[in-house]
Design a protein. Structure first.
Length: 198
């Protein structure tokens, strides 16, 4: 695996699934929990220090396969919350803020999001952040302007989405996921300019 920029860490669940494949990791986790736990028992403090040595502003931990759609609530609570929190705690020990991004629908694992030690939770466009914020008002929410909208959408629709998120009390307005390579810079400016204007 190529070295990642220091501001971007991939969560352990994502790495495990990428290495083994979703079907294999699901079967493996169900039958071999002790082995999976052992594979996830790593030097989180060392990983954090190596990955964040040059970072001052903060970091994002993206765990795209840690969604409840793939793991389900029991596995999410047992593995994802436990091990992401260890990584977050190691990063926090260096006085670096942390955002956790999780893709997909989160309804099955919503109750566990408040247990994450991150400074904010970033979500996919599939998640209704207004409802999430209503259910967990102390959760710092981030997102979730659709990356498809940012790539192909009209300026007025991007601006309207941003205004809706702001009205809904979303704490940090940001793209819902990674930007497509053909996303016009002008569309990103529409998003940021709308935030500044509101």
């Amino acid at each position: 695996m190529a070295a990642l920029p220091p501001f971007f860490q991939i969560g352990r669940a994502a790495v495990g699934v990428a290495a083994a494949g979703e079907d294999q990791i699901d079967d493996f986790q169900i039958g071999h929990r002790a082995v999976v736990r052992g594979g996830l028992r790593v030097d989180f403090a060392g990983d954090a220090q190596r990955g964040l040595a040059d970072l001052e502003g903060g970091t994002a931990i993206a765990d795209p396969t840690a969604t409840g759609e793939i793991l389900g609530p029991k596995m999410f609570a047992e593995y994802v919350v436990t091990y992401l929190n260890k990584l977050v705690d190691a990063v926090h020990a260096m006085n670096v803020p942390v955002i956790i991004h999780i893709c997909g629908k989160l309804s099955a694992v919503e109750p566990y999001l408040a247990q994450l030690h991150s400074d904010a939770v970033s979500t996919d466009a599939l998640v209704n952040l207004r409802l999430l914020k209503n259910d967990y008002p102390v959760l710092i929410t981030m997102g979730n302007v659709s990356t498809y909208l940012l790539q192909d959408g009209a300026s007025d629709k991007i601006s309207a989405r941003v205004k809706t998120l702001m009205r809904d009390g979303i704490d940090i307005i940001a793209p819902a996921c990674g930007l497509g390579t053909t996303t016009p810079v002008g569309n990103i400016r529409v998003m940021t300019d709308t935030v500044r204007e509101c």
